[in-house]
Design a protein around this ligand. Sequence first.
Ligand code: PAF
Length: 281
Amino acid sequence: MSQIITNKAHLEETLHPYRQQGVSIGFVPTMGALHAGHASLMYAAKQETSLLVLSIFVNPRQFNDALDFETYPRTLSEDIACATTEGVDVIYLPQYDELFLEDSPASKVTLNGLDLPMEGSARPGHFRGVVEVVYALFKHVNPSKAYFGQKDFQQLAIIRAMVNSLNLPVSIVSCPTLREADGLAMSSRNLRLSTSERQEALVLYKALSFVKDHWRLLAPEVLMEQAKQLITESALRLDYLLLVDPNTLLPIDNNAQSAVVCVAAYCGEVRLIDNMLLSAD
Ligand code: PAF
């Protein structure tokens, strides 16, 4: 079984001898409710590093809606079983008070405006909460490599910006989004969908695929209008569907070589996000 550690001193004492021997530490930070998408991050980390640490912490600071925080799925015993099966060496369940220190550089680090559009404008304070917790976790675990899913595309760009800005000695590895057989992106939030909502949520994949298949064939305004229509005609409440530059997250011009199409929508009470990378070839 994976070793479970619940405080910073014990984590440091456990990892110190490995660090002394130059063992590479892989790290997968999560909020639990583990699914096959997380398993793919653990798998990638196992391939590339020698000791695997997984953290589980539902971070209140990244929820701008108290109900969303309260209803976020918590499945600790299943998570421990999953991590054990995936060969995780250490499961870290950190304490709030040890994570959030008053003078953390993460609370001031500049994020180059990457935190302003999309999730940033829909969920004020969300990304500041994410960088604060990820910074603190990096300081506790001190990993060689940390693994994140491409599904949270904006989060990934922001974490890279934070790592560059603060010059942190960790490589950020991006892993492809895992999808259910019918295309729905795997997410812990899917656990909160009813059977009918689960079906309706598929329209997000349809809209993103429509954009991917027709990019370059239709004028951008027509393309996005038609894709939006797929969602607005469904039971979902569209928040945004945007075509942006993968590096700056700013709207792209017509000659862009690559783009990412990002979507967020409410399916019942559940906010879902997804994205697809598009390239010129
Ligand atoms: O992607 C997530 O699950 C969370 O945002 C993260 C990175 C674990 C920070 O709480």
